[in-house]
Design a protein around this ligand. Sequence first.
Ligand code: SAM
Length: 237
Amino acid sequence: TGEHTAQKTDAYLDTKLLAPGYGADQVLEKCRKRAHEAGIPEIAVSPQQGQLLSILAKSVGASKILEIGTLWGYSTVFLARSLPKHGQIDTLEIDPLHAKISNQTFIDADLYPFPKIHIGKAVDTLKGLSPPGEAEGLKDAGYDFVFIDADKGNIPEYFQQALRLSRKGALIFIDNAIRGGRITSEYRSNTHEDANIAGLRKFYDWAEKDNGKTVLLSGTQTVGAKHWDGFVLATKL
Ligand code: SAM
C-alpha cells in the first residue's frame, strides 16, 4: 500500500531519535538548502546514518578523525560533534565549491574542533598525510576513525591509506558498499557505476586474501531513506 515504507520509517526514527545539534536542526536545514541552491547533489548520509557515525566515533573514544568525501559537510558535522575539544578532524574533497560550502556549514554549525578541509584528489592528499601524532612520537599515533565516502573506484587505495594512517583498534567505515546488491557480479552499465562496482569488488577481493590478518570486517546491508545499500565496517588488528 505504501503506507509503511522504509522512507517513512526513517522519518519516524528521525523524529524519535535525533539529538539536538546532530540531526535535522534549523541550522543544518539552512546549510542543506544552501548546498542545494549551489547545485550540490543530495547524496549526503541520512540523519540516522549520521548519528550512527557519531555513536561509532564516540564508542572508540575518537579524538582524531579522517573523512574522505566532504560534499557540503553534513556527515562532517556528526563526526566533529563526537570529538572532544582537543580533537582533530581532517576531511578530503576534490571539488572547491563543495569545500567552500562545507566551510560555511562548519561556521554556521559553530564546530569546535573546526574541521580542516584538504582540497584535491583524495589519493594525492592521502599520500601526503602522516598518522597524527607520529612526528611527536606518540605511542598510539594515527586516526581513531576513518569515514570513506568519496568515489568508489578508488576504494582499494583509500582503504590501504586508511590502514596506514590509523592506529591499532581504529574503526574504518566504508559507505555505499552494497549498491543494491550489484557488488555480487561484474556490472556493465556504461556509466560510472561500472567503476564503482569494480573498485568495491577489488576491495572485497583484497579482504578475502587478507583473511582476517590485518583487519576484521563486516558488511551490513541497509534499507531506509537511501534505499538498498549498506556499509562495511573494519577494525584494524
Ligand atoms: N560524506 C558526505 C556526507 O555524507 O555528507 C557525502 C560525500 S559525497 C557522497 C562524495 C564526495 O566526494 C563529493 O563531494 C565529491 O566531490 C567527493 N569526491 C569525489 N571524488 C573524489 C576524489 N577523487 N577525491 C576527493 N573527493 C572526491
